[in-house]
Each structure stands twice: as C-alpha cells, then as structure tokens.
Design a protein around this ligand. Structure first.
Ligand code: KE4
Length: 427
C-alpha cells in the first residue's frame, strides 16, 4: 500500500471525499489521489517520494515553476515582518499598480482571496452598476462556485438556467442564462430576447475549464458589441489566462477589451489570491467608495501580495512568453506526431503555456458539445499510463495542462517518451 493510499484513507475520515477541492479526488480518472510532499522547478514529489513532471502547476499559478528563488525570498522576507494586519499595506499598492500597468483595461483593482470571490464580486458589481439582474455565461466555462455561476442550461436554448448543484435556489438560477461557447448566433438571440435585463456577460475569453477551447475573435467581438448595444457589462474571467497566454492576458492576444476582468492564480504566485478590476467608473461603485458591498479578512494579504508581485515582476523578462510558447509548441507537436504514429484520434487545443489533449475523431474542438464527443475513457487510460511514467496531468479530461518557464528539454523528452509508450497501449 502506498503512503498516498494510507493518507487518503485517513483524510476521508476528516474531510468530505478526503480532499479540499473535488477535482483532486481522482473521481474523474479513477484510482487513489496522490498526496504530494514537496516540489522543485518543473517537478513535484508524492508522499512516496516519486518524482513527476508537473503539468498542473497548482492549476496555473506556478508559471515560474516551483520554489522560484525570488518568489520564496520575497515570501520569507514578508513573513519575517508579519503574516497579516487586516489593515492597508504598501505591498498591496505595488501589486495593484503592477496589475494596472500590465493590463491597461484595469484602471482600478480590488484584491480578494480567490477566483471565486473575484467573479462573485464582479457579478454583484455589474448588477449594482446596471441595476439589472440577468447574467449570461457559457456552457463549459467555470468561474468558481458562487450560486449565480453554478448553473446549467435550461431546457431550451434560451430558457433561463437551472442549478447545477443542490443548494442553489431556483430563483437565483433563473437569473442566469447559459449559452453555447463560440456561438455568436446564441448571443444575438439572447440579447434580442433579454437585452434590456442583462447586467453582464461573463466568459473565459479562452476556455480552460472544459479543457482548453479557443474562441473565435468574432465571438469575442460579438460579446463586446452586444454589451455596448444594450448597456451590459462585459466581464473577462482571466483567472487562468491572465498573465499566462500573454503578458496582457487573452484580452491583449485577441484585442478585445472587457469592462471588468477577474484574475487569480498567477497573481498570487501560489498563494491565495483573486482580483476584480476594470473601468474606474464601474469600480467606483464598490464599497467603501460606492454602495456595492464586498469585504475580506485576508484580502490583499501582504504575504500573498509579495508572492504575486515577485511572480509578475519576472514575467516582463525579454522573451519570457516566446520561450513559454516554444516549449508548449514542442510538446504539442510531439504529441501530435506520436498520435499519428500510433493512429490515435487526437486533437490538441493550445496557446502559450496551456494545452489540452482531446481523444476525438472530430476535426476540431470548438465548443462544449465537441468536448463531450471526445473520449474520457481513452483519457483515463492515457492519464494512468502517463502517471506510471512519472508525468502528472490534472486528474480530469476537462482541465487544461499548464507549462512553466522551467519545463526544459529533459521534461519534454521524458513526457514524449512516456506518451510514445502509452499511445501504443491505447489502440
Ligand atoms: P478559485 O476560487 O478556485 O481560486 O477560482 C475559481 C475560478 C474562476 N475562474 C476560472 C477561469 C477558474 O479556472 C477558476 C478555478 N479553476 C480551477 C481549475 N480549473 C481550480 C481548481 C479547483 O477547483 O480545485
């Protein structure tokens, strides 16, 4: 019995499902979740001291790799002074200034403790600012677990939503519309029917939570135009894509500007953080400047801000994103060539620093239905085969894999050698 198995048995006695976030439970791939003890660079080590090339990176934050010396030194320096005040600190200004400088659509920003808090706050702010209730989101996009966002599509394409979890009141579900990602027609129809009641559209500009699914620029432009035409707020949830796919996030890559942006993950460098930012005219409605309430005991925590600032400061290095792009491209090209060699039906969606393997015969994976057409069973075999070869992907077919700047040739060689062996078993 592995030590992870022993730990998992004990964990289940004290925590629901033995974990503190469901995806970690391995329910998506079967088997026992690995418990990890330490990490270095592109590698993580489980409780049996097995080494893995890490393509989860804490679900995105670890873009510099684990134990980056500058980040660790910054955190150590911060904790040597204090852990938390519950009062303003200079480092919060420095992180806020850095975010505003790197993402020009953000004129003011509120720091919170998670992506969920960021998106929940963004929705409340948009509803308070517009004095409207309806929210538009997209099938397959995940924005954290606040009630208005745990919604699945209604019975018909344009019927208001239904709870996707027990505990979400039907009344709240009825204020969310769930549309097909990448469908400009669905957006036009929704605004034609509900336009004057729509407070906001929230979207992952590049979807990462149904696996990586890229938008068409036309789709993002349609969202922008519809929000402009009807006075709704466009929220880009860049909790994953912010500072990952480009220094300015997906909004800089696709040149479409949201009214509000939510961030998380990378801006905390591995520490608990989230942020909502955007136009001053909208942010001015947030307490204490305005009436829309939001608060948090550890919001803007100096240790988290130190880790985040140290992380963001290194992303501006010359050719950082060129290198990250090249590493990702080399991996994707290798997987694609091996799939051809072994005649495995495979589509890979990717951008700088993130990718997803879809085991499907479809020529493209463009929306949630395409994702559902891909084989989760083949993914499960792939997953465990790679795990046995020391390669750690997220334990779900519907997540993105993340590359760090320290994933080097040795990592790529080990990963592709493992894939060569595993693909041979998938036919
Ligand atoms: P958190 O509350 O987990 O910090 O952030 C919620 C969130 C918001 N928006 C986007 C685009 C996100 O991807 C997330 C959280 N991402 C997942 C991974 N897909 C976190 C992992 C987990 O739930 O354990």
């Amino acid at each position: 019995m592995s030590y992870s198995q022993t730990l998992f048995e004990e964990a289940q006695r004290y925590m629901p499902g033995g974990v503190n976030s469901p995806v970690r439970s391995f329910k998506g791939v079967g088997g026992t979740p690995l418990f990890f003890s330490h990490a270095q660079g592109p590698y993580i080590f489980d409780s049996d001291n097995q080494r893995y090339v890490d393509y989860v990176g804490s679900w995105g934050p670890m873009i510099l790799g684990h134990q980056d010396t500058d980040v660790i030194e910054s955190v150590q320096s911060s904790v040597s002074k204090a852990l938390s005040f519950g009062a303003p600190t200079k480092i919060e200004i420095e992180l806020a200034k850095c975010i505003c400088a790197l993402m020009p659509s953000i004129e003011k920003v509120r720091l919170v403790c998670s992506g969920t808090e960021a998106t929940m706050t963004a929705l409340r702010l948009a509803r308070g600012y517009t004095e409207r209730d309806l929210i538009v989101k997209f099938e397959g996009c995940y924005h954290g677990h606040s009630d208005s966002l745990l919604i699945k599509s209604g019975s018909g394409a344009l019927t208001l939503g239904q709870p996707s979890s027990p505990g979400v009141p039907a009344g709240i579900a009825q204020t969310t519309l769930n549309l097909e990602f990448n469908s400009s027609d669905a957006v036009h129809a929704a605004f034609a029917k509900y336009g004057e009641k729509i407070a906001a559209v929230i979207v992952e500009p590049v979807a990462g939570n149904m696996g990586c699914v890229l938008p068409t620029r036309d789709f993002l432009l349609t969202l922008r135009q519809a929000c402009d035409n009807y006075g709704a707020i466009l929220i880009f949830d860049e909790v994953i894509t912010g500072f990952r796919v480009a220094l300015g996030g997906a909004q800089s890559l696709y040149q479409v500007t949201p009214d509000l942006t939510t961030l998380g993950k990378i801006i905390g460098g591995g520490m608990p953080i989230g942020a909502v930012g955007g136009k001053k005219s909208i942010m001015a409605h947030l307490a204490p400047e305005g009436p829309v309430y939001q608060a948090g005991t550890l919001a803007g925590n100096p240790v988290a801000c130190s880790a985040g600032l140290a992380t963001l400061s290194k992303l501006t290095a010359e050719s950082f994103y060129t290198k990250l792009y090249q590493t990702t491209e080399t991996l994707v090209t290798g997987f694609t060539e091996l799939a051809k060699k072994h005649e495995i039906p495979l589509q890979i969606n990717w951008l700088t620093g993130m990718f997803t393997l879809f085991f499907t015969t479809d020529p493209k994976v463009h929306c949630f239905q395409d994702v559902m057409n891909s084989s989760s069973e083949i993914f499960k075999k792939f997953y465990h085969g790679m795990l046995a070869q020391g390669i750690y992907f997220g334990p779900s077919a519907y997540e993105s894999a993340f590359v760090s700047i320290v994933h080097d040739k040795a990592c790529i060689d080990q990963t592709l050698a493992a894939a060569d062996k595993v693909f041979a078993t998938l036919k």
